[in-house]
Ligand binder design. Sequence first.
Ligand SMILES: Cc1cc2nc3c(=O)[nH]c(=O)nc-3n(C[C@H](O)[C@H](O)[C@H](O)COP(=O)(O)OP(=O)(O)OC[C@H]3O[C@@H](n4cnc5c(N)ncnc54)[C@H](O)[C@@H]3O)c2cc1C
Length: 548
Amino acid sequence: MAPRTHIAVLGGGISGLSTAWYLARTAPPNVKITLIEGAKRTGGWLHSDRVADPQHPNGKGSVLLESGPRSLRPQGVSGLNTLEMVRELGLDSKIEPVSKSSPAAMNRYIYSHKTLHKLPSSIMGALTHPLLAAKIPRAGLDLVKGGSGQEDESIQDFVTRRFGKGFSDDLISAMVHGIYAGDVTKLSVRSTFGMLYHMEKDYGSVVLGMLLGGGAVETPWDLTLKEKIIKEMPDLQEFVSKTSIYSFTDGLEELSRSLEKDLVKGGRVDIHKDSIVEKLDANLDSRDVRISIKGQEPVHANTVISALPPLKLQKLLSKPYPELTHNPSVTVAVVNLVYSADQARLASPGFGYLIPRSENSAVNHRGLLGVVFDSCAIPEQDKGESQGKTLKLTAMIGGHMFNEALSQLASGSGSGASTLDLELTGSHKEDVNEFFAKTAMDAVKKHLKIDAAPELVKVHIHHECIPQYLVGHLQRMQTLDQSFRKDFDGLLGVTGAGYLGISVNDCIKNAREVAEAVVSKLEEEDDGEAQLVGRQDAITGLERSWFL
Ligand SMILES: Cc1cc2nc3c(=O)[nH]c(=O)nc-3n(C[C@H](O)[C@H](O)[C@H](O)COP(=O)(O)OP(=O)(O)OC[C@H]3O[C@@H](n4cnc5c(N)ncnc54)[C@H](O)[C@@H]3O)c2cc1C
């Protein structure tokens, strides 16, 4: 029987792979599914490399290096959803959990005023914390201030309005560096810390909201999903209650590799790699989208779900959608450093440290966002003679300060080249890599007092890797939802980190939501054929923007 409906997913990062996977599990058998990825590999930013440990040239040791995401949180509905996927992929036995009682879970630091400060884990700890104690009396105003009635504002404005000056620069900016590599003065509080926004709105106070059990923002679909997973896999809750974060034996890329393997094994999804999509032409009358692919025959589909970054999607469309291009994405340099544990030791074991905005200055390694203590969090990922004998750190540099950081190199080079020239010109690539390696090593020396030279250094520069949800993001997503509904009538939907959540968990859950919604619009006709129903409630993938 020839397929009557063809769904194409664009982009094979974790969002696109997950969308295809959920489609394959739920779409009727006569629906054809194709995944189109521009690169030679799938996984997008998920990238885990196992490399020989130079300390053990006999080949008896190896270390795992992550250049993209490195851990997942099991908490919340999106955490549960990923755990369900992990179980169904048979990846349970590869999970490497970080228990809530381990140093990596209990000790997270902020580098400020030349010292590593452990972040408080209790209210009492916060009240007496050297970075916070002086600010607590002013912060008490949060209890009586009431809401502002604003639709959105920057994280900095929100935190300053509720808790007073300094909180944002000294503390919150560090957390924002850790998650978004972003600027607290520009990012939307509602789209990044929606929980805070809703606590103010619902309880008139963030503290009161916390005390009265206000929590994660969950849509009706989320609540149903949570209930279903807990009912079907009740034991997951025990794992969640004990675990702070987790990864897999061979790193987070095991998840995308397993997804691809499962898609291939299932035989329902055609995977086209090395296929760069160049243009989309939607014909509402024939309900067909022509997908032009560089150097290949075009593909025709009845529904396209784009899991590409929004800026990339805009390039494929003939009409401009300002909501796709409003947010920039920041560039981050990720530097893996491997030391011999005999020569380099952490005085303060933990997950790692973040640097607040107030601490970032030319003298203090401008652009350094933070350093993760990988081998402390999950030593099991290093194998053989390397396990326990290696100190493995990862420095993150740049983000919203990337160009500022590079300008130090530009000013030192005397070439008169602009920052961007330096970044992009091939002949300077080595200079740039060397610059970031040195920035990372100097920071480790200064902040962690580790003087030894690393055995191995790897620099990765990820261009435009983290989307920045600027103030007003949710409202723009609602506008885009309406425009796409009208212009594409269900022929084009979107998902991915550029829209409604950047964490791997969010990407997977949002992929599930759009895939299930598209499938729910497939109507079984009397003859058993599936067909797309049109118009009024066409799926865009942005429906949840109205609930957040
Ligand atoms: C350094 C770093 C660290 C991070 N750490 C964490 C972490 O610890 N935990 C966490 O939860 N999240 C983390 N994140 C966030 C998370 O990894 C990303 O948000 C997520 O991987 C994005 O997935 P995606 O599929 O939406 O997008 P992408 O991974 O960007 O995938 C998009 C895909 O589309 C393809 N593509 C682009 N253009 C075309 C085209 N024209 N035609 C065909 N294909 C195309 C690309 O090749 C790519 O494969 C981190 C991100 C980075 C960059």
